[in-house]
Design a protein around this ligand. Structure first.
Ligand code: AHR
Length: 496
């Protein structure tokens, strides 16, 4: 098999926003309790924060943390999570049918973001609550002092405002499973009014309005149009969520779902731009892909889990090697949309459909950790339009799917071109990258993630990214072989 990528600095998609390397942490299962926070575990510090988790989160170079949900937020009283811990109420979490002790709340979350070098992306409850709770929360977080809510924050130990900039107006409000689900008209009006009032408290907020929770929703497209009719001028971002599965156990169709992902994002961009045109607006709306991942392995176990437990094992997908390839191709796809996707949150981060898993004695890294870590670490800079040629295949739902998925990022600060390339085929691929308009000097690093059985998971921690020693660089062309079913990265030094 053959694959070729032409890299040219004059063909730029966009600078990649650091916020595309973000993640969701939800009060769900062992995501927060047991995951981030476990005061009884010797691996935790005096705050109760698991230090092995903090280190792994730092290794992933995460930017924003979307919090506290997810579906959870639509039934959450944020006030339950502030003040002395022994006075916080224990409640039923109706979204996940669990017990919520509220021992981890707003201040704990903000402290944890400080430890991990991440930033908050706060969701407000537009399900069971609304404008009032949202405006009070903004006042509590961002108002300097001298008012009821800001003084309460100080009393609870945070003298300085949290100054939270990014806020989500609810979560998946299009879905009937959502507590307080609304139709597009109802949600659009509520989101508009909530945005207005939150901005009366703090004019300097970036707001994300909820788009469709999946492309399969009957309201997909019309939901966005109606909601944006009400909120186009109020918000900076429209959210979209996307999870993929391989329930049918068809590897090639699974990996071809990046085509669907690409079309999904393009479709939403088209809807935003249609509303822009209809409104004669000068403003271009960007996207917050604030939930994405593979999710399906845990469905059966979740159905069998007894309700009303504290920190139950929920959504604990154990990811295999093919899932890592899927996450890799999703990462490349979202970078292809770097001009419009400005926020993207891997859902989620710890224990719950997560790259990082904990048990009482330590952590283990899932297969999906590895491609995410590499793209988050080295995919910083300008995404270049991939001019690619490759053999292609047809699968059950897709035609003409290239075996190769590739993209280069130019990092002008480090004078580096970084190529990410995935071989979706079961044969090795002769792969070349031609750098036009750059003077390639050397290969800084060449790695491959390959050779595992597609169903292999990583509980026993055997998976690792390995060096690829069979790379040549001649006349601005990098030449190598991509192993069958492999994720690859090449860092090339270029002249100033
Ligand atoms: O990430 C798990 C769940 O997926 C979130 O709570 C919800 O927003 C989505 O349906």
């Amino acid at each position: 098999m053959q694959g070729k990528l032409i890299v040219d600095p004059t063909n730029q998609i966009s600078k990649i926003d650091d916020r595309v390397f973000s993640a969701l942490i939800e009060h769900l299962g062992r995501g927060v309790y047991d995951g981030l926070y476990n005061p009884d575990n010797p691996l935790s510090d005096a705050n109760g924060f698991r230090q092995d988790v903090v280190k792994a989160v730092k290794d992933l170079n995460i930017d924003l943390i979307r919090y506290p949900g997810g579906n959870f937020v639509s039934g959450y009283n944020w006030e339950d999570g502030i003040g002395p811990k022994d006075q916080r109420p224990t409640r039923l979490d109706l979204a996940w049918r669990s017990i919520e002790t509220n021992q981890f709340g707003l201040h704990e979350f903000m402290n944890w973001t400080k430890q991990t070098g991440t930033r908050p992306d706060m969701a407000v409850n537009l399900g069971s609550r609304g404008i009032d709770a949202a405006r009070n929360l903004v006042e509590y977080c961002n108002y300097p002092g001298g008012t009821y809510w800001s003084d309460l924050r100080k009393q609870n130990g945070a003298e300085e405002p949290f100054n939270i900039k990014t806020w989500c107006l609810g979560n998946e409000m299009d879905g009937d499973w959502q507590i307080g689900h609304k139709d597009a008209e109802e949600y659009g009006k509520l989101a508009h009014e909530t945005a207005k009032v939150m901005r009366l408290v703090d004019p300097d907020l970036d707001l994300v309005v909820s788009g469709s929770s999946t492309r399969e929703m009957a309201t997909f497209g019309s939901w966005e149009e109606t909601v944006l009719d009400h909120t186009y001028d109020d918000v900076q971002y429209l959210s979209l969520h996307r999870y993929y599965d391989n329930e049918e156990n068809d590897l090639h169709n699974f990996l071809a779902k990046s085509v669907d992902f690409d079309e999904f994002i393009s479709g939403i961009v088209a809807v935003c731009d249609a509303v822009k045109a209809r409104k004669h607006s000068d403003k271009t709306l960007n996207l917050a892909l604030d939930e994405w991942n593979v999710w399906y392995h845990s469905h059966k176990q979740d159905d069998e889990t007894a309700p009303w437990q504290q920190a139950p094992h929920l959504l604990e997908d154990h990811y295999n090697f093919e899932d890592a390839l899927m996450v890799g191709t999703m990462l490349i796809t979202l970078l292809k949309h770097a001009d419009r996707v400005k926020i993207a949150c891997l859902a989620q981060l710890v224990n719950v459909i997560a790259p990082i898993m904990t048990d009482d004695t330590g952590i283990w890294l899932q297969s999906i950790f590895f491609p995410f870590m590499q793209v988050s670490k080295y995919g910083r800079g300008i995404a270049l339009t991939p001019k690619q040629t490759a053999d292609a295949y047809d699968s059950k739902d897709f035609t003409d799917v290239p075996y190769l998925d590739s993209l280069a990022v130019y990092n002008p600060e480090h004078h580096e071109v970084v190529v990410f390339a995935e071989n979706k085929g079961e044969d090795a691929m002769d792969f070349s990258t031609e750098l036009r308009g750059f003077t390639a000097q050397s290969v800084i690093e060449a790695t491959q993630f390959a050779g595992y059985d597609i169903k292999q998971t990583n509980e026993d921690q055997v998976m690792a990214i390995e060096p690829n020693d069979h790379v040549t660089l001649t006349d601005n062309t990098l030449q190598t072989t991509l192993q069958p079913l492999s994720w690859n990265m090449f860092r090339i030094q270029v002249a100033n």
